[in-house]
Design a protein around this ligand. Structure first.
Ligand SMILES: [Zn+2]
Length: 481
């Protein structure tokens, strides 16, 4: 009998906070500026410089904790995490250890199959400073260090080992990203590294409650890589265990070019970092009223909005999930419904045509050249029969590309739907006359030829014929009436 293995995954997600200035000094957090241009004695770790906490960074962390159902610690403090690396000028990172800002929360994930909801525990959310960046490319036997990022406020969101598959891990990550973007504390830009993820993964025989030896995976900056790296690691660990080899507790790197993980170093234990309370910063005790005030400022979150979209607009689970994945997308949808669009139609157009065009241009919904009012105008023209559904796609494309109104495009390109029985009747008479063979076979019972006639009629009217009318007239005329 072969043993079946279960996967156990926990994620540590690092999110850069959207503050204007760094966590302990007034330097800008702007991305992409010349190396070391956004630095000062504090973030370059000069002796004698002292950190001062950025209140907004703490506020954002509390806001995140509340949005993820955590308890906010009444007493919290920073700790020094000591390690040596060239991108860390002080020789220690100011982080949190035994007293993080937030503890014991959870988020719900939807796992796709049947939209089952699973609750994933959040162990803690703490605040820390980011390190700089080493640059090894370039001429000569040199490496460089850019400290612009050093001191950027970073939140570490640590999950419980509640995730059971790579798919769940990426669903969890997506949910975190959605929440962070909804509450405006992180831009979620994975390419620029604003959102990064380390994963702890182990396997154990199904039914066992003991955790296996875990491996830490680093360097995953896309949902796709998270899934791929975890899938690879499950295979690697399963075959090792089946061959009687022991899993070594270590840190492994995901290599996007080979599609494999490889050992980087043996995993550090907490005691390797010699944590101790940060003596340069006082502990902090967020006032209850302040926490309440932050709570009141949290907008409707993706889960609540999804449930409301289903109840209020009659959308399917899938549509509601997709539309609420981004706040701006959900706003766009709601705006079009408010302006009179039928919810299902609006949802179809947004997720179909609009998303296709936005993806083609590589832009977000916020940058869409088309506003909800434009879609509503188009839908009204379809409802009134002015244009057919097929032509509507051409018009939509034109509206998006030229920013002209639907009316303007229809007039300019002569796209008004042909619904006149006389005009369409004449077209159909010609088609029947031009295709005596097909007509004969259809009349003899070859029903599937009906599509051929519809196609001919649409072609003859260059897609502008009213499809319902064409169907009706064809039925009549082919029957010989
Ligand atoms: Zn600075």
């Amino acid at each position: 009998m072969s043993v079946r293995y279960e996967t156990v995954i926990g994620l540590e997600v690092h999110a850069q906070l959207l503050t204007e200035s760094k966590i302990f000094c007034g330097c800008s957090t702007k991305f992409g500026l010349p190396p070391n241009s956004q630095t000062c004695p504090v973030c370059t770790g000069m002796p004698g410089s002292l950190p001062v906490l950025n209140e907004k960074a703490l506020l954002f962390t509390i806001k995140t904790g509340l949005a993820m159902n955590c308890g906010i610690a009444p007493f919290s403090r920073f700790a020094r995490k000591n390690y040596f690396y060239p991108d860390l000028p002080k020789g220690y990172q100011i982080s949190q250890y035994e007293l993080p800002v937030c503890e014991r929360g959870h988020v719900e994930i939807n796992t796709g199959e049947g939209f089952l909801t699973r609750r994933i525990g959040i162990t803690r959310i703490h605040l820390e400073e980011d390190a700089g960046k080493n640059i090894h490319e370039g001429a000569g036997p040199y490496s460089f260090v850019d400290l612009n990022r050093a001191g950027t406020p970073l939140m570490e969101i640590v999950s419980e080992p509640d995730l059971r598959s790579p798919k769940e891990a990426s669903a969890y990550m997506r949910k975190l990203r959605a929440i962070l973007r909804y509450i405006g504390v992180c831009d979620g830009n994975m390419e620029q590294g604003s959102l990064r993820c380390d994963a702890n993964i182990s396997i154990r025989p199904e039914g066992s409650t003991k955790l296996g030896t875990k491996v830490e995976l680093k360097n995953m900056n896309s949902f796709k890589f998270v899934e791929k790296a975890l899938e690879y690691e499950i295979k690697r660990q399963t075959s090792a265990v089946k061959n009687g080899e022991a899993i070594i507790q270590e840190t492994r790197l995901w290599d996007t070019s080979t599609g494999k993980t490889h050992a980087m170093r043996s995993k550090e234990e907490a005691h390797d970092y010699r944590y101790f309370p940060e003596p340069d910063l006082v502990p902090f005790m967020p006032a209850r009223e302040w926490v309440e005030e932050i709570k009141a400022g949290i907008p409707e979150l993706p889960d609540a909005r999804r449930v409301r979209f289903i109840a209020a607009h009659g959308l399917s689970e899938y549509d509601a999930e997709m539309l609420t994945s981004e706040r701006a997308l959900a706003d766009w949808f709601e705006e079009s419904v408010k302006l009179g669009a039928q919810p299902k139609a609006a949802s179809n157009w947004i997720m179909g045509e609009l998303m296709r065009l936005l993806n083609e241009d590589g832009i977000s919904i916020e940058e869409s050249p088309l506003a909800p009012a434009g879609l509503v105008e188009l839908l009204k023209l379809m409802d009134s029969g002015t244009i057919s559904g097929k032509i509507a796609k051409t018009v939509f494309d034109g509206m998006y590309r030229s920013k002209k109104s639907a009316d303007q495009i229809i007039k300019e390109q002569g796209l008004v739907q042909i619904s006149g029985a006389d005009e369409l009747g004449a077209v159909i008479d010609q088609i029947i006359a031009a295709n005596p063979g097909e007509t004969g076979r259809f009349r003899a019972g070859e029903e599937k030829l009906f599509g051929f006639f519809v196609g001919q009629a649409m072609k003859a009217t260059r897609g502008k014929g009213n499809p319902a009318m064409i169907n009706e007239l064809l039925r009549k005329k082919l029957a010989g009436n």
